[in-house]
Design a protein around this ligand. Sequence first.
Ligand SMILES: NC(=O)c1ccc[n+]([C@@H]2O[C@H](COP(=O)([O-])OP(=O)(O)OC[C@H]3O[C@@H](n4cnc5c(N)ncnc54)[C@H](OP(=O)(O)O)[C@@H]3O)[C@@H](O)[C@H]2O)c1
Length: 275
Amino acid sequence: MTKTWLITGTSSGFGKELATIVAQNPATNLVAAARHLEDLAYLDQFDSSRIAKVVVDVTNEGQIQQAVQVAQQRFETIDVLVNNAGLGYFSTIEESDMDQVRYMFDVNVIGLANMTKAVLPTMRAQRAGVIINLSSALALTTLPTMGFYSATKYAVEGYSDTLRQEVADLGIQVMTVEPSGARTNWSGRSSQKVAPQIEDYAAFSDSITTVSGSVTQAPGNPQRIAQVMFDQANETSVPSHLPLGEFAYQGGLGNLQGLVDEIKSHEGLSLSTDD
Ligand SMILES: NC(=O)c1ccc[n+]([C@@H]2O[C@H](COP(=O)([O-])OP(=O)(O)OC[C@H]3O[C@@H](n4cnc5c(N)ncnc54)[C@H](OP(=O)(O)O)[C@@H]3O)[C@@H](O)[C@H]2O)c1
């Protein structure tokens, strides 16, 4: 059966790599969503009968609805939704601009949730579907200056863990992907950066420079990451969580093990509050 993929943020990075893989595969249809259609010219080399380009800013609910309608009218089913569109934000917590933080939550969390809400009726009717939510290694562990970005991705994790339970019996699977730093535009043009001005936080200037420099130096290969997502979505049983890269795997496991150890060390206290 030909599967239809709907992917947000296909203008660059993981979204573009994944859209390219889907567009090349004769057994898949692609609904490629981007804020600007001219960014999707790279798809013109592929079979246009299996590709629909749609304008979607994930903060625009009307555009989300239109994209779902286009998918249904052109291809009838929506089998895989990839909530990929996302922004970064580099700043200490205290020095963060809350309007910029709120906008990042609108894109990374509310946009993802609105996109999912629009697709779920189709997947429920099909009694089948896979939802892939782009989370981050920074939802498994944290770094100074990445606090509000981590907060959006921890929100994606909590949301996805709950949704997974609610739709499991309806044939719908939910996977969060937690990539380590990868060579995309994310830490470049997709991230606001606020250098510390408060002397007490001066030591964190370097971490902003180092992490944002990862646009060219990070070990993560976007093409390989996209291929892993594509392959896993085609498995009968998709992983619930998929850390990718050493930082996500080792850093994530180390942080989670530390959390388990800490929680266990307070066992008596934790269990003392129930009647
Ligand atoms: N690269 C990494 O190191 C890394 C690691 C872990 C997780 N992630 C996550 O991976 C996802 C993809 O990022 P990337 O690394 O591929 O970065 P990227 O190359 O900068 O791509 C980000 C994509 O999101 C789109 N976007 C931004 N705001 C949008 C909005 N309001 N509505 C719709 N699309 C919007 C961008 O579109 P425009 O071209 O129009 O701006 C672009 O297509 C993000 O969720 C990011 O948080 C990245």
